[in-house]
Design a protein around this ligand. Structure first.
Ligand SMILES: Cc1cc2nc3c(=O)[nH]c(=O)nc-3n(C[C@H](O)[C@H](O)[C@H](O)COP(=O)(O)OP(=O)(O)OC[C@H]3O[C@@H](n4cnc5c(N)ncnc54)[C@H](O)[C@@H]3O)c2cc1C
Length: 406
C-alpha cells in the first residue's frame, strides 16, 4: 500500500558483496546504526554538514518491520505529553517544511505533510485535555475550543460525550511516514551518504584508534557512532542502565460507509481520551486506503523485536471497533487492512537522547514511546550536534540524567 523505496538500492546479495568490499577500505566521520525514522534524519544532517557518512540497516529503506511505517504519523504542537516538547515541535514543523521543499521538486510528488488539523477530545481534567491546555498556556498556542454540540455541527459523524470538550489545532496534521524516511535518505545520499541495506550490525566497540562496527558482512570504522536502532536499541547499549519496553501496536484502516462523502473529506485528525483512560485516534482517509483508526493505549510486551508476532491482535481489534461503534455513529465500517508496529517505551514515556556515558563520540536516541516520529528531523539534527561536541539545553529534559540515582 505504500510505494516501494527499494528502487535504486541494492539487492541483499549485492549489499553483502558491497559491504564485504567496503568494510576494510574506508574510515568514516560517522556510522549510523539503523536508518528508520531517527537514523535517516541523522544521516541527512551529518551529510549536510559535510561528514563522510555510512548508514547500515538490517532491512531496506522505509521498510515495514520497525516503527516507522503505516502511511501516516500525527504531528501537533499542542503537546499533552509535556510542554517542554512544544519548542521542539515548532522546530520540527520548520524542518519538515525545509525537507519538503528539497524533496518536492515536481508537483506530482506527494507532500510530506498534510495540514488536516488535529482535534483532541476528552474531559477537561483528562490527561490529554489537561496537558494540551497546559502546553497551550505556557507557549501561547492558538487553539479553538468546542463544545460537543459545536463538534457535532461540524462533524456529524462524531458522537462526543456531553461532558467532553474538543481542542482544535488547525495548523497540525499528519506526515506521510515512509515518504519522510525516504526523503531524508534521498537527500542524505545526494550529499554523499552511503547506505547499506540488508546488513545486520552485530556489535560495536570503541578503542584508542576509533570505533569499529561489526556486521555480519564485515567490519566498518569511523570516528563517531549514532545508534538509531529503534526497538532493537537495547542490544547496542549494554552497560547503560535504562529501562526500555517494546510493545506491539496495531494499525487499522477502515472503509467507512453510509456517511456523506464530505464528512470523510473534511475529517481532521481526531484524538480521543475515553473516561477509562483509553486513547484512540483517527486519521482521515489518504490515497483511497480508508480511514486509519488505532488504539494508542494498550499493546502486548514484545520480548524480542526479531520475534514480533505480526498476526492481527483480535482483542485489540475488538476494542478498536467498539470505540468506532460508539464514537463514529451513522456509519458502517469494514476493516480493509491491518499492520503491526512497535512502540519502544522508556520508563517515563519520554524520549532518551544523549551521548554514551563512557564514549563521547557515541550518541543514541531511543525510547520514542509511540510519539517520536514528528520530532525525527530535530532528533537527527541534535544527534549530529552532540557528536560535534555541542550542547543544547532544550533537550536536557530528554537526557540520561533523569534516570541517575541522586
Ligand atoms: C503504530 C504507531 C503509531 C505511531 N504514531 C505516531 C504519531 O502519530 N506521531 C508520532 O510522532 N509518532 C508516532 N509513532 C512513533 C514513531 O513512529 C516512532 O517513535 C519512530 O518512528 C521510531 O523511529 P526509530 O528511528 O526509533 O525506529 P525505526 O524507524 O524502527 O528505526 C530503527 C531502525 O534500526 C534498524 N536496526 C535495528 N537493529 C539493527 C541491526 N542489528 N542492524 C542493522 N539495522 C538495525 C531497523 O531495521 C530500523 O530500520 C507511532 C509508532 C507506531 C508504532
Amino acid at each position: 500500500m505504500v510505494p516501494d523505496y527499494r528502487d535504486g538500492t541494492l539487492s541483499p546479495a549485492d549489499s553483502k558483496l558491497l559491504a564485504n568490499r567496503m568494510s576494510s577500505l574506508k574510515h568514516y566521520d560517522l556510522i549510523v546504526i539503523g536508518f528508520g525514522g531517527v537514523g535517516s534524519a541523522t544521516l541527512y544532517h551529518a551529510a549536510k554538514k559535510g561528514w563522510t557518512t555510512l548508514g547500515i540497516d538490517q532491512f531496506g529503506p522505509a521498510h515495514n518491520k520497525g516503527s516507522s511505517h503505516g502511511q501516516t504519523r500525527i504531528i501537533r504542537k499542542a503537546y499533552f505529553e509535556h510542554p517542554n516538547y512544544v519548542p521542539l515541535a515548532e522546530e520540527a514543523f520548520e524542518r519538515w517544511d525545509e525537507l519538503n521543499k528539497r524533496h518536492r521538486t515536481r508537483p506530482e510528488t506527494k507532500p510530506l505533510f498534510e495540514q488536516a488539523g488535529v482535534l483532541q477530545i476528552g474531559r477537561p481534567e483528562s490527561e490529554v485535555i489537561n496537558g494540551v491546555l497546559r502546553s497551550a498556556k505556557e507557549h501561547d498556542l492558538k487553539l479553538e475550543q468546542f463544545t460537543p454540540e459545536q463538534i457535532h455541527h461540524r462533524l456529524p459523524i462524531l458522537n462526543v460525550q456531553p461532558d467532553h470538550i474538543g481542542l482544535f489545532e488547525p495548523e497540525a496534521g499528519f506526515l506521510r511516514v515512509e515518504h519522510c524516511v525516504a526523503a531524508h535518505l534521498a537527500q542524505a545520499k545526494k550529499r554523499g551518504a552511503e547506505l547499506i541495506s540488508d546488513c545486520t550490525v552485530v556489535d560495536w566497540n570503541a578503542s584508542e584508534s576509533g570505533l569499529e562496527v561489526r556486521t555480519e558482512n564485515g567490519t566498518f570504522r569511523a570516528d563517531r557512532l549514532a545508534i538509531c536502532a529503534g526497538a532493537w536499541s537495547a542490544r547496542f547499549l549494554p552497560g547503560i542502565n535504562i529501562e526500555l519496553n517494546v510493545i506491539s501496536k496495531q494499525q487499522n484502516w477502515y472503509q467507512i460507509d453510509r456517511i456523506e462523502q464530505k464528512y470523510v473529506n473534511d475529517f481532521p485528525v481526531v484524538f480521543i481520551e475515553e473516561d477509562d483512560g483509553e486513547q484512540f485516534y483517527c486519521i482521515p482517509e489518504l490515497d483511497s486506503h480508508g480511514m486509519k483508526v488505532c488504539r494508542h493505549t494498550g499493546g502486548d510486551v514484545v520480548e524480542d523485536a526479531d520475534g514480533l508476532d505480526r498476526k492481527v491482535d483480535q482483542d485489540d481489534l475488538n476494542r478498536n471497533e467498539a470505540f468506532m461503534d460508539l464514537r463514529l455513529h451513522h456509519s458502517k465500517h469494514r476493516l480493509v487492512h491491518s499492520s503491526t508496529c512497535m512502540y519502544t517505551m522508556s520508563a517515563d514515556g519520554h524520549f532518551i537522547i544523549d551521548r554514551h556515558p563512557q564514549h563521547a563520540n557515541v550518541a543514541f536516541a531511543t525510547g520514542l514511546s509511540g510519539h517520536g516520529f514528528k520530532f525525527t528531523p530535530v532528533l537527527g539534527h541534535r544527534m549530529v550536534e552532540m557528536l560535534d561536541g555541542q550542547c543544547d539545553s532544550q533537550i536536557d529534559f530528554l537526557s540520561l540524567d533523569r534516570f541517575r540515582q541522586v
